[in-house]
Design a protein around this ligand. Structure first.
Ligand SMILES: Cc1ncc(COP(=O)(O)O)c(C=O)c1O
Length: 451
């Protein structure tokens, strides 16, 4: 019997050769933690629509979709044309330009809380800026985060203390910084109330779907509670909509839920697949960046915010074109429908194969758990968080995750972790292929006695 791993190695010799060069240059041979893959990652040559082609000529249905940045699929014609047109006129003026205004106006039109916009180069920069603004605005230090919620890799955002109070993933961050961060469970109203009572909280930041774009779903009653309690405590409420902005709905989770944060961090779809991020929100907070802010008695200082690639013309051009498509709502209707259908069929496979696990989703984002008992999946799609412990996600064993990802790649499907992002370029045929790939991979994992 050929194992999943042997088949992976047999199918991808050219990727292995590139990896052997890369390990001499990059840590682990990769350029992003999420691209780390054993025994070696695949190297891509080109992409179009829902697919990408690797250097061995394998065609792959892509559910990574640029780490979530491509709601419209690879090389969407309007985005491609806008970038090509901008290229003719220059890539960077080191100056203001009209496309940045058009881009910000699209953000304002779509995102309910976007009174003011400031562009950054990435989501990590956006969350870093949002917290700085909140601390400046409130004059307080404490940042409240929720377990497993991801906000990039800046010093304030990494690490969750274990039972001994040690932050395993915050190596290199000064204790002084960590002492100003409190991490609590996301679905625990009392922990939130108590923290807001006991600490001098500057900001509460969260992924408004729940951790990892809804892998650990947020109890929907938490959003209004967060709004109410942060307002009462005079703390700034930050929705990190880097993934969910323009995807959970054209106006993000805040438009779908009707709960409006003070600040929103955006990136990914914002820039149509090119680098870019933003902080959007209340003028009275974001205006701390203004040069006159230091003279205003209520602030007593200003927050400098340079950045060579802020609002760069190529990202602005791609962003304008992408957000015009987002505004129609058509990409969401298509991708969300496929997502619901896919999740239902993946659950059928799990049931028919008689294994523990489940699939569930939120809009065009889906998640799969194998080899662990799942909570009930409501309406065939949504993880029913009711009665589930605070923020615990059933964990897939590491060897099952690797077998699933390698096995799916062998069948021509690239997952993001153990789930993925669906775009408007995916088709029903892609979903059928994915379900077959999943069935075949699950059977191989069973044969290898991992499930
Ligand atoms: C919710 C969330 N916030 C922030 C970030 C960081 O964004 P970036 O990778 O652009 O720095 C990410 C990245 O995946 C994210 O998912």
């Amino acid at each position: 019997m050929t194992t999943i791993l042997q088949r992976y190695e047999d199918l991808h010799p050219a990727s292995l050769r590139l990896h052997q060069r890369a390990v001499k240059i990059f840590p682990d041979g990769v350029t992003h933690d999420i691209r780390y893959f054993t025994p070696f990652p695949l190297y891509m040559e080109r992409a179009q629509g829902s697919r990408k082609w690797d250097v061995d000529g394998n065609v792959i249905i892509d559910f990574v979709m640029a780490h979530g940045a491509l709601l419209l699929g690879h090389n969407q014609p309007q985005v491609q044309a806008a970038v090509a047109e901008q290229l003719q006129r220059g890539t960077h003026y080191g100056a203001s330009h009209e496309a940045e205004i058009q881009w910000a106006q699209r953000v304002q039109d779509l995102i309910p809380s976007a009174e003011t916009v400031r562009f950054t180069s990435s989501g990590t920069e956006a969350t870093m800026l949002a917290v700085r603004l909140a601390r400046g605005y409130t004059g307080r230090k404490t940042l409240v985060r929720f377990r497993q919620n991801f906000h990039g890799w800046n010093d304030n955002m990494v690490g969750t203390p274990d039972k001994e109070g040690v932050y395993p993933h915050a190596f290199g961050v000064p204790d002084e910084t960590l002492s100003n961060v409190v991490v609590i469970p996301q679905n625990d109203p009392e922990a939130l109330r108590q923290t807001l009572r006991d600490e001098d909280v500057a900001a509460v930041i969260l992924e408004p779907t729940g951790a990892h774009f809804g892998a650990v779903p947020l109890d929907p009653t938490m959003l209004p509670l967060m709004r109410e309690t942060t307002t009462d405590a005079g703390a700034v409420l930050i929705f990190d909509e880097v993934i969910t902005g323009f995807r959970a709905a054209p106006g993000g989770v805040q438009a779908a839920s009707g709960v409006t944060p003070d600040l929103t961090t955006l990136a990914k779809i914002l820039a149509g697949g090119l680098p870019g991020g933003a902080v959007a929100g209340k003028r009275e907070i974001v205006s701390l960046i203004e040069f006159g802010a230091g003279d205003r008695s209520e602030f007593g200082g200003r927050i400098p915010h340079p950045g060579t690639y802020n609002a760069n013309p190529l990202s602005a051009a791609a962003g304008v074109a992408a957000l015009d498509a987002v505004a129609t709502g058509d990409p969401h209707r298509h991708a969300d429908g496929l997502s619901r259908d896919l999740v239902g069929k993946l659950n059928d496979v799990i049931r028919n194969e008689g294994i523990a696990g489940c699939a569930y989703g939120h809009a065009s984002m889906f998640h799969v758990i194998l080899g662990a008992e799942c909570p009930p999946v409501k309406d065939g799609f949504t993880w029913d968080w009711q009665g589930q412990p605070g923020d615990r996600m059933p964990r897939m064993a590491g060897d099952i995750v690797w077998a699933l990802r390698r096995g799916m790649l062998n069948e021509g499907v690239d997952l993001m972790g153990s789930g993925g992002m669906i775009s408007s370029a995916h088709s029903a045929e892609d979903m059928n292929h994915t379900v077959q790939a999943f069935r075949s991979t699950v059977r191989q994992i069973k044969e290898e006695k991992l499930l």
